[in-house]
Write a protein that binds this ligand. Structure first.
Ligand code: SAH
Ligand code: SF4
Length: 354
């Protein structure tokens, strides 16, 4: 229950220990995490033994690495069996962790493996933040040679809609910033356009990055890909994004998963560029990572380039995001899908073996 207790309340779990032990334990959990309680070198052995079974709120079901160890993907299992996915990506000057905020997702986006599963439950703040500390413990034991040895950037782009799990998402972010010392500017909350959450986020004290998953500028088309558009229409989403930008001075990212024949037309590119210019947003385009439960496919390379070219010509700032870790199913919800459909003999193969 360690991460499921607020860091300030850890003393309640150790009623017979002196105060400084609680401080030591909090440091082990949040500042210098280790994979095993046995490595908490300044704690007495009986306490380490006591802590060990409850150290992580999950076990590791699958760990896979790709891109010469610069990408690592985990499928964790919570104590109730719920799966959580996280992906660690090492770059030259940053180490980014993509984390999950819910088990499944209720938003039902048609191209998303998580959406295809439906919603199971919210993650607790401790289950969210423990994905970050676990990655830090992993990096301490297995550093990536060409990247920072700690998680420097967080993106809420794993399973779930973080703003639909508002309180736990915010408490996890509070711990990352106040307890772990991370910078709000290095944390990105990605939302499908959950307007009430976007509006609430304006009132939080931190200059977080906000990414808004747009995917179409044509309301009827967007509703097909992103059904929540019926409840929170695109115009309200853009208004909320602009209000966030004005209040925080943080440039919004507009996320666009490019799907062949669905949202890859010149008309869409022109419409997207117009919105990006209006709210001074940055556009991130990613080619669809196909999911087994849908026939959607990404456009071919030339078509992707053409879409990007139109965006640029229309005055948008745009980045084509890489599909890091595609060979280990590093798209939203896909490792879980594999875990449910895998053949037993593939379970134990390391390093992304098929
Ligand atoms: N629910 C939030 C955050 C999690 S999804 C959101 O929708 O923003 C994170 C990003 O992954 C979103 O931009 C989403 O559109 C994208 N995504 C989901 N499935 C994908 C797929 N199969 N291929 C490429 N991108 C995908
Ligand atoms: Fe949920 Fe985001 Fe997937 Fe849509 S894209 S179903 S909001 S996780």
């Amino acid at each position: 229950m360690l991460y499921l207790t607020e860091p300030e309340q850890l003393g309640e779990l150790l009623p017979n220990e002196p105060r400084y032990r609680t401080d030591q334990l909090r440091d082990w959990l949040y500042l210098t995490p280790v994979l095993s309680a046995q490595d908490m070198s300044n704690l007495p052995k009986p306490l380490r033994d006591h802590i060990e079974p409850d150290l992580w709120p999950f076990t590791v079901d699958i760990e896979q690495s790709a891109d010469s160890g610069q990408t690592v993907k985990w499928l964790f299992r919570c104590t109730d069996g719920s799966p959580i996915e996280s992906v660690l990506m090492g770059y030259a000057n940053r180490t980014t962790l993509c984390i999950s905020s819910q088990v499944g997702c209720a938003m039902g986006c048609t191209f998303c493996a998580t959406g295809q599963f439906g919603f199971d439950r919210h993650l607790d703040a401790g289950e969210i933040v423990a994905q970050v500390t676990y990655a830090n413990a992993y990096l301490a034991a297995t550093p990536m040679p060409h990247s920072p040895e700690r998680v420097t950037n967080i993106v809420f782009m794993g399973m779930g809609e973080p703003l639909a799990n508002y309180a736990h998402t915010i408490e996890s972010i509070r711990r990352m910033i106040d307890v772990m010392g991370m910078s709000a500017r290095s944390i990105t909350v990605s939302t499908v356009g959950f307007v009430p959450g976007m509006r609430k986020l304006i009132n939080e004290p931190w200059p977080l990055n906000l990414a808004v998953s747009l995917h179409s500028t044509i309301p009827s088309e967007r509703s097909k890909l992103v059904p929540i558009n019926d409840r929170y229409p695109i115009d309200d989403v853009i208004d909320a994004a602009e209000a966030y930008y004005v209040a925080k001075g943080r440039r919004i990212s507009l996320e666009w998963t490019l799907i062949s024949g669905e949202n890859d037309s010149d008309t869409e590119a022109v419409g997207l560029a117009r919105i990006a210019r209006k709210i001074k947003a940055h556009v991130n385009v990613i080619a669809l990572n196909p999911t087994p439960l849908s026939t959607d496919r990404p456009p071919d390379h030339d078509h992707v380039r053409r879409f990007i070219g139109t965006l640029k010509r229309e005055g948008a700032n745009v980045t084509l995001r890489d599909t890091r870790g595609q060979d280990i199913d590093a798209a939203c919800g896909q490792l879980r899908l594999r875990a449910q459909t895998r053949r037993p003999e593939t379970d134990t193969k390391p390093n992304g073996a098929p």
